[in-house]
Design a protein around this ligand. Sequence first.
Ligand code: G3P
Ligand code: CA
Length: 243
Amino acid sequence: MKIWAHRGCSQRYPENTIIAFSKAAELFDKGLEGIELDVQLTKDGEMVVMHDERIDRTTDGYGFVRDYTFDELKTFHIHTGNTAAEHIPTFKEVLDLLKDRMYKGFRLNIELKNSVYPYPGMEERVHDIVEEYGLHDKVVYSSFSAKSLEIMRSIDSKAEIGMLDTKVSDCLYKLKGGCGADALHPYWQGMDLPREEFEGYTVRAWLSGHLYPEKPTGGRLDLQALEEKGITDVFLNEPEVYL
Ligand code: G3P
Ligand code: CA
């Protein structure tokens, strides 16, 4: 089972922040496969790393990412407990942090957060940045939007692409419908098909789970049981506990 850090080490540190990604990067030597993160575009076209379309939950600001320029957005704070407050990172800031490890094999799953608001041009923009850093063979692009993945596939015939949905049956349906994806990214409890039906596909399952600052439950997932369902990779908020 390959283990990824979901939004960085997002149980002990605030999701999608430089501290959460730094802590995850330190786990590369312990066998962490890579990091999953979410990208969106600001009003002035800056690619930022942020899960929600709104900034309310994770910052001291209010409103939509797409309604702010990056200069405006970076004035808002993400509270990080005992460490200094951070701002919403740009995608390039995160690549600057991770690139040396990525050249050595550490991977990045870039989820295009475009199923609520499509962010026209986002696929080309993220692809250009990844190319600029020479990291095309270290990334996996994913989205809940099949249309977006189709665009990504038309941009790059060799890119690794994962189809997100809740049920593995829906991921497979969309994949076979021609969105251009080559891997399935279902919710971990959405394994509603016998594994023979998706034999040969990489299946990267995601969890909702606890996020900083919630307290961990202390429960452990049975990774062996997930593997038996055909899951090959998991995105975990607390990967450090499993490595
Ligand atoms: O990419 C897997 C997973 O992160 C999808 O759900 O809501 O955590 O972005 P979400
Ligand atoms: Ca995500």
